[in-house]
Design a protein around this ligand. Structure first.
Ligand code: PRX
Length: 633
């Protein structure tokens, strides 16, 4: 366990924060020095947000897997690294020690090499939550290949778009995956995707469910047979601190997903530092983050952060409702989980169930609770605090993004004060500012505005794969010399931040970041649809849900069947997570005189807030508003 960078008191936090602002390079030098480098960096930071260019630990050489694995072998070889809980409660939990994980990663690194994967090549992983996903991603990192993990809930078209965007050379998947009582044919979905992915040369298939699947000769090979051909030693490729570690796609406000690029040195330092300090991990703790590795939370806080500091990280293959809603709490009891990190949407779904699901399990091992991905409402916070945290465990409400790589604003468990519905204070090294509508920094302490960050931090994404201009436009053009988060926030008199939600066309549904524009593009493909607009509206469990307004060619057909077809189209093109909860067919959409859809009005109608529509007189077609309100669902 890395000790020297752990903050142990509020006073130490204040000191570290002050130091990180007054002397950022020295601050991060001290943190980075506690890691294992093959060569020390010659320059700590080079940056210019106007280009934008950000580089950390320039000239430093390392391999992140030596930090996640090799350096623990001396003292922690037989300690658990990954504790894996399968979907089926009757299938045994598997513990991989640091030594075992090291050996499996080296073994699979040899497989990758045998199949001609080299430093800089892109490898797409489309896999369920099984240890092989962790092994494959770490094996990529060991040989210097760039992994691009695609959440195994995305459709074949969504996979193809991501594979093609970064021309991945290899795809790693499983024959099927378990999801509660169901199986999902992942290989079949991949086969459909691959009809349109010329860059893929090899597919490695892990047989998870012990059934057959179609295999294309010369392209597809089985994981099991490949690892038999290799040994389990592999000297880690020595990488530059600024070499790419992974690409992770996130929704954008245009149809094309954004491949956020994270580089090795800064990401590692940020993920490990924030993990250790936010969760206050101690030796022998059992840490469980319920996210999927297909999202940034899984990358940073199931794999890289925990393994870098030598923690025992739990990976769960299943869902909270299978075989029943006590599953999470049974796992907490069985494994004596000390740290539990989940999304508000999961808390709200579990809160709605009988309390007996919770009560029948002993949760006394819980020391720290965490939330991520969306604002947590007070009611859910209270339930979590009382029933899961037995009114004692601190709750860290962690605000961050795929783009930030690591937690940016959060309390430090048991160290800095928490405040329900507030993410609270910035972590050392993070300099948030609130911006007003005129694009100026708001100097008042108590304020509300758009959240930006005015100084670089090591784990920030460096670019969007293949499109640096887009990276600049989205994040660095709204406010001069600042990174714009896309979120709104307010600040209280103690400097605590409360995230109020997205201020752009991204909606957080069940903790998933969804752009409304790509969904609209998909709906527009339906032959019956002339034009549509999708907005978010508040939902008791999901946080937000999606509401689609559509103009049709033939208004006679407004059937339920058509609604199903539209949702099927969305599921096929993007994934079931992007389906609409409500669909309303309309004669017109409210537009400005320049022809832009007034989403503000649609958002209000979708959330039932029709008394405060603001001024509609400037609209090109004010008459449609009443009509839409009358037909709203
Ligand atoms: O709107 C914020 C919300 O999730 C967005 C980032 O989504 P994504 O890149 O998918 O990463 C999610 C996991 C880090 C943010 O712009 N968000 C994330 N955490 C919180 C949050 N909103 C409120 N409170 C949070 N703790």
């Amino acid at each position: 366990m890395i000790k020297s960078i752990q903050i142990n008191s509020e006073e130490e936090y204040r000191r570290a924060y002050k130091n990180s602002v007054e002397n950022p390079e020295q601050f991060w030098d001290d943190v980075a020095e506690t890691f294992c480098w093959r060569k020390r960096w010659s320059k700590t930071l080079e940056w210019d947000f106007s280009i934008p260019k950000v580089k950390w630990f320039l000239g430093g050489k390392l391999n992140i897997t030596e930090n996640c694995l090799d350096r623990h072998l001396e003292k922690k070889a037989n300690d658990p690294a990954i504790t894996w809980v399968p979907n089926d409660p009757n299938e045994e939990t598997v513990i991989l020690t640091y030594k075992e994980l090291h050996s499996k990663v080296c073994q699979f690194a040899n497989v990758l090499k045998n199949h001609d994967i080299h430093k800089g090549d892109r490898v797409c992983l489309y896999m369920p939550m099984i240890p092989e996903l962790a092994i494959a991603m770490l094996a990529c990192a060991r040989i210097g290949a760039i992994h691009s993990i695609v959440f195994a809930g995305f459709s074949s078209r969504a996979i193809a778009r991501r594979i093609n965007d970064s021309s991945c050379k290899m795809l790693i998947t499983t024959n099927e995956m378990y999801r509660g009582p169901k199986t999902v044919p992942l290989k079949e979905i991949c086969d459909q995707a691959l009809t349109d992915c010329p860059s893929i040369e090899k597919v490695i298939v892990y047989n998870r469910t012990k059934t057959t699947c179609s295999m294309l000769p010369n392209r597809d090979v089985f994981w099991h047979s490949e690892i038999e051909k290799v040994n389990d030693t592999y000297d880690a490729e020595i990488m530059d601190a600024e070499d790419e570690l992974f690409i992770l796609y996130t929704s954008g406000s245009t149809g094309k997903p954004k491949g956020m690029v994270h580089t090795i040195g800064g990401y590692m330092v940020g993920a490990a530092y924030t993990f250790l300090n936010v969760f206050q991990i101690k030796p022998n703790d059992v840490y469980w983050c319920t996210a999927d590795i297909g999202w940034i939370t899984g990358h940073s806080y199931i794999i890289y952060g925990p393994l870098c500091v030598g923690a025992n990280t739990v990976m769960f293959e299943g869902v909270p409702s299978y075989p029943d809603y006590s599953r999470f709490w049974k796992i907490v009891e069985d494994l004596k989980v000390t740290h539990f990190y989940t999304a508000p949407t999961a808390i709200r779904a579990l809160e709605k169930q009988e309390l007996s699901f919770v009560k029948k399990h002993d949760l006394s091992s819980i020391k720290v609770l965490g939330t991520v991905g969306e604002p947590i409402n007070h009611e859910a916070w209270e339930w979590y605090h009382e029933h899961i945290g037995h009114k004692e465990a601190p709750i860290v409400d962690t605000w961050w993004q795929t783009e930030t790589g690591g937690i940016m604003i959060s309390s430090l468990a048991g160290i800095t004060p928490e405040k329900s519905t507030f993410a609270t204070l910035p972590l050392p090294g993070v300099q948030p500012v609130l911006m007003n509508d005129q694009g100026n920094t708001i100097e008042d302490q108590v304020a509300e505005g758009r959240l930006a960050i005015q100084f670089p931090w090591p784990s920030m994404a460096r670019t969007i794969w293949g499109d640096h201009d887009r990276y600049k436009n989205i994040y660095f053009s709204t406010f001069s010399n600042k990174y714009f988060t896309g979120d709104g926030a307010l600040r209280d008199s103690n400097g605590n931040y409360r995230i109020t939600g997205r201020v752009d066309d991204i909606v957080i549904v069940s903790g998933h970041n969804l752009g409304t524009a790509p969904i609209e593009n998909t709906i527009d493909e339906h032959p019956m649809v002339v034009e549509c607009a999708v907005v978010g509206f508040p939902h008791a469990i999901k946080g937000n849900a999606l509401y689609g307004f559509m103009i049709l060619y033939h208004f006679e057909d407004t059937s339920e069947k058509l609604k199903l077809e539209i949702n099927d189209l969305i599921a096929k093109d993007i994934g079931p997570i992007a389906k609409l909860d409500k669909i309303q067919f309309v004669n017109g959409l409210p537009k400005t005189r320049s022809g832009k859809i007034m989403r503000r009005i649609l958002r209000k109608i979708a959330s039932g807030d029709t008394d405060n529509l603001g001024d509609t007189s400037t609209l090109l077609n004010p008459e449609v508003v009443e009509e839409i309100i009358a037909g709203s669902l």
